[in-house]
Design a protein around this ligand. Structure first.
Ligand code: GLN
Length: 466
C-alpha cells in the first residue's frame, strides 16, 4: 500500500467513482466508521488530485454536519471549513465524509459516541480505539489510498492507529492549526493524520502544517516531510523508557512484539538503550493528564447551553440555570457528565492548589524529563498501547480509572506536546499492535524517517479483508 499512495498521487489519474462509493458503503456496513459521507468524489488537481480524505467529526466542515460525537451538536452545520480542511481542499482533496468518535474526544475505545459505535475491521466484536476511532477503522478497511484527519489530546490518534494497524502521526503542539477544531483541552489538542503508509501520513502532514493567522499558537517551521523522507534509522539513538515496559497492565504478547521491533530497529542500524524515566510512569502522567484535560474540558463545554449551538429546549417559565441543566442533562452522555464534574471539582476554590495547580507542576516535571532524554536520544520508543483492542464486553467491564490507565503510554508525549507516531508492529491473537516513536519538539522528520525505516524493514502486512 505504501507505494500506491505515491503512485496514485503521482499518476493523477483519479479513481473510478462508482467502484469507490460502493466499496465505501461496504466498509461502512462492516465498521460504522462514518457519521456522514459524500455522494461523489471531486477531482481537483493540486498535489492530491482527488485523493480521498476523511475528517474526524470534531473538525468543522461546511459540507457536512460536525457533531463531535455528541447529541448536543446533532444538528450543527458549521458555516466554514477548519483551516486543515481548507488546506487539503486547496490541494485537490476529495472529502469523503466525517468519521465517528468518542463524544467530544472523551474515550480510549470509541464506545462513548452518542451515535453508532464503530467496530474493528480486524474483528467486529472488538473496539476500534478512541477517540479518533472512525478514522482508524476507515483507514484500515478502505482499500484505496486515503488520508484521515484525526485529533489527539492524550492519545486519540495513537490508540486507534495501534488497534487498527495503521500509521497515525500526532504533530508537535503548535505545528498544525486548531482553527475550526471543536476544543477538548486547548493546551493539549493537536490535529494529525492517519494513513496506511508513512508516505501518506507525511504527505497529509505536509499540507496541513504551518502558521495560521486564525490560531496564534501556530508557528512556521521547516517542513518538507515528503522530500526529506528517508527510510533510515542508521546511527539513530533510540531510548526505551523503562517505566513504560514495567506498566503492569501490559500484555505479554504486546511486550514480545515490542522486543522483536527493538531487534529489528537494531538490525536496521539504530542503537537502542533502556532509559530511566520515572515521571512518565502511570503514577504521575495519568493523573496529571486527566486533571488538566478534564479541567480544560469542563470550561470548554460551558458553551453548550442550548442557546448558541446545537440542541435547544423550551425555556418558557424557567430560569437560566433550570433551562441550562435541562438541555445539558438530556443531551450530554455519561462520560461527558463525569468529566464536567471532575473538572469543575479540580478547579474549584479550595481544591485548585491541591489538584489543578499540582497537575500543572507535574506536567512541567514530565516535560523536563523528556527534554533531558532528548539530549541523549533522537527518538524514544515503546508500544503505543499496552493491550490489543479489547472486545466490547471487556471494554465495558473496565472501570473509568482502569480505562484511563490504558492511556499510560500516550499521555506523556501529549502532555509535553511532542510529535509521535504509532506504526504497525505486527499481530497478537490476530489483532494489530503499534510501535510508538516519540521525537523532540518539531522533530517530526526523525519520527517519520524512523517510522518509514521500520515500516519497510519489518515487512508487516496489515491488510484487512472487508
Ligand atoms: N483517552 C484520552 C481521554 O479520554 C485521550 C482522548 C483524546 O486524545 N482525545 O482523554
Amino acid at each position: 500500500m505504501s507505494s500506491s499512495v505515491k503512485e496514485f498521487v503521482d499518476s493523477g489519474e483519479g479513481i473510478d467513482e462508482e467502484e469507490f462509493l460502493s466499496h465505501l458503503e461496504e466498509v461502512q456496513e462492516e465498521t460504522k466508521a462514518l457519521r456522514s459521507s459524500a455522494e461523489g468524489l471531486e477531482n481537483r488537481g493540486g498535489k492530491l488530485d482527488g485523493l480521498p480524505v476523511s475528517v474526524k467529526e470534531q473538525i468543522c466542515t461546511e459540507d457536512f454536519p460536525t457533531t463531535a460525537g455528541s447529541k448536543i451538536l446533532e444538528n450543527y452545520n458549521p458555516v466554514f471549513d477548519a483551516t486543515v480542511v481548507e488546506r487539503l481542499k486547496e490541494e485537490g482533496a476529495s472529502i469523503i465524509g466525517k468519521t465517528n468518535m468518542d463524544e467530544f474526544g472523551f474515550g480510549t475505545f470509541c464506545t462513548n459516541s452518542a451515535f453508532e459505535v464503530p467496530r474493528n475491521p480486524h474483528d467486529t466484536d472488538r473496539v476500534v480505539g478512541g477517540s479518533s476511532g472512525g478514522a482508524g477503522a476507515l483507514t484500515a478497511a478502505l482499500n484505496y489510498p486515503h488520508i484521515a484527519l484525526a485529533e489527539s489530546t492524550g492519545g486519540s490518534i495513537s490508540a486507534p492507529a495501534a488497534f487498527n494497524g495503521v500509521i497515525g502521526i500526532t504533530p508537535t503542539y503548535g505545528r498544525v492549526s486548531r482553527h475550526g477544531l471543536i476544543d477538548y483541552g486547548n493546551s493539549l489538542d493537536k490535529i494529525g493524520v492517519m494513513s496506511k503508509s508513512v508516505y501518506g501520513a507525511a504527505l497529509g502532514l505536509e499540507i496541513i502544517a504551518g502558521k495560521d493567522e486564525n490560531d496564534f499558537t501556530t508557528v512556521e517551521k521547516e517542513k518538507g516531510f515528503v522530500e526529506r523522507l528517508e527510510k533510515d534509522v542508521k546511527d539513530m539513538k533510540i531510548g526505551v523508557p523503562k517505566q513504560y515496559l514495567e506498566f503492569e497492565g501490559m500484555e505479554d504478547n504486546v511486550k514480545e512484539r515490542f522486543e522483536e521491533a527493538v531487534e529489528r530497529l537494531e538490525e536496521l542500524g539504530a542503537e537502542v538503550e533502556r532509559v530511566n524515566m520515572e515521571k512518565v510512569s502511570r503514577k504521575y502522567a495519568v493523573p496529571a493528564y486527566y486533571i488538566i484535560a478534564v479541567s480544560e474540558a469542563s470550561t470548554n463545554l460551558a458553551r453548550y447551553s442550548g442557546m448558541r449551538y446545537g440542541k435547544e429546549g423550551y425555556p418558557e417559565g424557567k430560569d437560566f440555570n433550570e433551562y441550562f441543566s435541562e438541555v445539558r442533562s438530556e443531551h450530554f452522555g455519561e462520560e461527558v457528565k463525569r468529566r464536567i464534574m471532575l473538572g469543575t471539582y479540580a478547579r474549584q476554590a479550595g481544591y485548585r492548589e491541591k489538584y489543578y495547580v499540582k497537575a500543572l507542576k507535574a506536567r512541567t516535571l514530565i516535560i523536563d524529563e523528556f527534554k533531558e532524554a532528548f539530549e541523549r536520544y533522537d527518538i524514544l520508543a515503546s508500544p503505543a498501547m499496552p493491550i490489543i483492542a479489547p472486545t466490547f464486553k471487556e471494554a465495558e467491564n473496565l472501570s473509568p480509572a482502569e480505562t484511563y490507565a490504558m492511556d499510560t503510554l500516550t499521555v506523556g508525549p501529549n502532555l509535553a506536546g511532542l510529535p509521535h507516531a504509532s506504526v504497525p508492529m505486527g499481530f497478537s491473537e490476530g489483532m494489530p499492535t503499534g510501535l510508538h516513536l516519540i521525537g523532540d519538539h518539531f522533530e517530526e522528520q526523525k519520527v517519520l524517517n524512523a517510522a518509514a525505516a521500520y515500516e519497510e524493514g519489518s515487512g508487516h502486512d496489515m491488510a484487512v479483508e472487508v
